[in-house]
Design a protein. Sequence first.
Length: 454
Amino acid sequence: MDNFIDENYINSLLNEKFSETETQAVLEKAAKFEGLTPKEVAALLTTDNPAHLTQIFEIAAKIKQHIYGDRIVLFAPLYISDYCVNNCLYCGFNCCKTEQTRHKLTQTQVKQEVEMLVKMGHKRIALEAGEDSQNCPLDYVLDCIDTIYKMKFDNGEIRRVNVNIAALDVADFVKLKNANIGTYLLFQETYHKPTYEKFHKGGPKKDYIYHLNTFDRAMEAQIEDVGAGALFGLFDYRFEVLALMLHNEHLESRFNVGFHTISVPRIRAEEGTSPYPYAVTDDDFLRLTAILRIAVPFTGLIVSTRETAEMRKQLINIGISQISAGSSTAVGGYSGIDNFEQFSTADHRAARDIIYWLMEEKTLPSFCTACYRQGRSGDRFMELAKTGEIKNVCLPNGLLTLKEYAIDYGDEKFNTLADSLIAEKINDISNETVRNSIAEKLKQLENGKRDIFI
Ligand code: SF4
Ligand code: SF4
């Protein structure tokens, strides 16, 4: 197992003095939407020139618009177990919180939770569980995934289960792959090894190198889409951004495909600096998100309800492409089984209100799950993303899923707004044949057909 996060190299990049001309050249390259090298990313992370900062936000917004358009993919977390043998100091589920009664959903309770999520209109979930091979073994997780995929309702079903569970070995990743998961998600939390060791006091997760090499094992097991993240605020956010770049490069060089997504959870500066002296201010958080958008233009960026509605609005403009909506971070939180949360959320709006709000902002709420069901994953997905062709399927699929949602969940006011947004956005499909075909498919949805995607 490798440690491909070269701390000295990252520090040398952060200490490098970039001239105005050098940073301007990086910005010019960034404006071509080609992505950046770690050294170029360092130039953007270290500049204190306000004009450069303005350009960073402008370029990030242009990339967001050009590659992703006015479209946001929605999902919700589903916590199935809060048993955990690890002692991650920042987490509500850590094993030292002995005053809490732990829960693991029965399959009947999984069904109840899924029913609640489908009632909200969700089609895509991130399945979450703490690490505990006794109380939450992989076979139990696989049973839950099977239960979720088998549940069908008149107005929908969960069509993509992304999975955020503890690091596995290759043999277990093969089992997870065979369960037909979407993306395997795992956050390194912090890439700075001394800080990692400070915040991970016990349990298997305290092994930095084993955790760091988890995506290698997942990819060896043919899991093609992996979603990374750091808990920004455990250490210097600039170090974490550069380390994410090195991790991405490592996967690209070994497997020819990097991160499918990057999530950006953070410890907010206003939550108090102790024990988090590196807690991230709003300004820095916006900056790091914009820089990630520029650095890896084709990697989805995800923000959760940990952030406020106002902050999420700003983040969407500069690069976020996926958000959670109506989330509970407790096991059984949707059906009232428990309210013991992994972390507290700041955007408490119901999923429906978030969907309505997006439409009022002229943003297309999308429940699309088409790619992995069409075999567009891994390097095949990245090829489409890098040539810009992916947008030719994202927009049509977004329109189809919004129409389906409106028919199944909307009232008159909602449907008027949805139909007018769809009528406006369908004109953005430049290919006339595709446009006509989508208009036909929208009619098929009105006539009772469901789950249409391209
Ligand atoms: Fe357990 Fe995950 Fe929380 Fe760590 S972050 S204590 S592994 S649930
Ligand atoms: Fe995501 Fe693919 Fe759907 Fe686009 S078409 S929103 S990339 S699943």
